[in-house]
Every structure is written in C-alpha cells, then in structure tokens.
Design a protein around this ligand. Structure first.
Ligand SMILES: [Zn+2]
Length: 304
C-alpha cells in the first residue's frame, strides 16, 4: 500500500509540473486545445511555447503538432496521458516552426505516424539545423537532449483525409503564411479548425524571413470560408472566427495596408517601423515584435 501511495504522489507532482506549462481546454467532447505559454522558448517550457490540438477517437488519438523538442514532446505526451488512455497514433506537423515538428522523433519512437505537407518538409530541411542551434541556446544541452530533425512518414501536396476510428479530419495546405508549409486541420463533424501558425491569439504574430504576408492573408481567408465554430490557434487560447479575425487577420490587413501607403509615399526601410500599428498594442509581445514585423513586411512588399 505504501508503495502505491508513493507512486501516486510522484505521478501527481509530474502532472503539476506539466500543468504549469501546458493548460488543457476541452472544446467539444474528445477535442482539446493544449495551450502553452505565449512568451519565448526556455528551459522550463522545453520549446512548447505554442498551442497544440488533440482529438481522441475510440481507435487512438491524433495530435496536432509535436512539441518543440524531444523532451517537449514527452511533456506533451504526459499531459495527453492525463486526458486519455488512448495512444497517439498520428501526429500532424501543421507547419515549419520548431514547435510544429522538432518532436517528430519522439512520436515516431512511440509508435505514431507523422504527417506533413510537402512544403513543410522542404522548410524543415531548409531551416532545421538553424532551429536546432537556436534551441540549444534557449533550452541548453539538457533541454534539447534527444531532439533531431526527423522526416515525417506521410506527406501531401495540398489535401489529405485522415480517418481514425469514427473521426475524419481534412488536412489542407493552401499556400504559405507564417511558414511556407502551414496547413490547417478541419474536423467538420464538430466544426473545429486547428489553424497552426496561421492564427495567433492574445500575442502579436511574428513575421519572419520565412513568412509571406500576402499568402498568409489568402491562407486565413481559406480557413475563414469554412466558417468554423471553434478555432484552435497556433498560439494562445482557443477562439472563434471573430477572435481570430481580430487578433490575426486584421493585424495582417493593417500592416500591409499601412506599408503599401508608406512605400507609395517613397518611405524607406528605416522609416517603415513608424507605420501606425497602435490599434494592436493590446497584444502581448507587441513592443518586442512590431518593429521587426514592419521591417520584414517592407522588404517583402517592395518586391510584390
Ligand atoms: Zn508558432
């Protein structure tokens, strides 16, 4: 008896440690968002500074996005085990950002098949070593232990239908967004859309050299056309279409509209940071990223 009690206490403390990083939200019966912190990657979150999705079926579970490292994936797995006894059978990499795919190896080792768009895999190959170096810096050697750039098992060009048990999910890659291979996962029966990095909630989205704001707008419009009741974003808490439009789409339209004016008026790259984004200053990480986003948008729009 004493032995069992000791085990129970150990298991409980592990759950509490994960709960500090990952919060579980049930959206519909058997459908979850697992919400990580919206700040930077660090030794505590193990690269899980993002939101993940989970669908539980009678035949196993499907996970949207791997976690940001091997140990980050294990943390996610421990969280999933507190939700369901069903093993994860499929993992979908919804894009090319580290938290979408650098846990591939962990899940493959634990019997899951990993699915990604061809454009995402190309991006993984292009930026994998750069992402691993950045992670080493932020997570330390212990934090990235076991992490490698593993390829998925199944790839698709634009569309893929995944059926497991009673659940059918439609995977769709429209075009680029935050990363070139971003995809959505549509659970039509429950009207839940897993948006990956196409939707950022609560925090300002990040525009990097791998992003394309023109394509991002198109990718967003494609998911909006499905009129989802629920959206599980790539960052922040689950939302609906109005919330996603406010925090992501409107931001993109604003920065692109203001930048077009700036360029038309002969503005340069240095002056581009001064375009008016103040309407979005309520978003977390705004001060750190608004200037970088403006400069990156300027560089891209100069060539459109
Ligand atoms: Zn992300």
């Amino acid at each position: 008896m004493k032995h069992i009690l000791t085990f129970a206490v150990a298991a409980l403390s592990a759950t509490v440690a994960n709960a500090d990083v990952l919060k579980t939200v049930e959206i519909e019966s058997g459908v979850y968002a697992i919400v990580g912190p919206i700040g930077q990657r660090d030794k505590e979150n193990l690269g899980n500074n993002a939101t993940f999705g989970l669908v539980v079926t009678s035949d196993g579970a499907i996970l949207m996005d791997t976690g940001g490292s091997y140990l980050g994936a294990k943390m996610l797995d421990d969280t999933i085990k507190s939700i369901t006894d069903q093993p994860v059978k499929y993992v979908i990499d919804t894009g090319g950002q580290d938290h979408r795919w650098l846990g591939n190896g962990y899940w493959q080792e634990h019997g899951a098949q990993v699915i990604a768009s061809e454009a995402a895999v190309e991006d993984h190959n292009d930026r994998g070593s750069e992402q691993l170096s950045a992670l080493l810096f932020m997570l330390g050697e212990d934090g990235i232990a076991g992490t490698d750039a593993a390829d998925p098992d199944i790839t698709f060009e634009t569309d893929y239908t995944l059926t497991l048990g009673e659940v059918t999910l439609e995977l769709h890659h429209e075009t680029g967004a935050h990363t070139p291979g971003d995809s959505t996962v549509w659970y039509a029966d429950k009207s839940v859309l897993f948006a990956g990095d196409i939707v950022y909630m609560e925090r300002i989205l990040g525009i990097g050299p791998q992003s394309n704001t023109l394509e991002w707008v198109k990718s967003f419009e494609a998911l909006a056309a499905l009129e989802p009741k629920h959206i599980v974003p790539g960052h922040g808490a689950p939302t609906d279409l109005a919330g996603a439009t406010r925090d992501t789409y409107d931001y993109l339209i604003n920065i692109r509209g203001k930048m077009a004016e700036h360029i038309e008026n002969g503005g340069d790259a240095i002056g581009s940071v001064k375009i008016d984004q103040s309407k979005f200053s309520y978003l977390k990480n705004f001060d750190q990223l608004y200037g970088k986003n403006a400069q990156e948008t300027y560089i891209q729009m100069e060539w459109e």
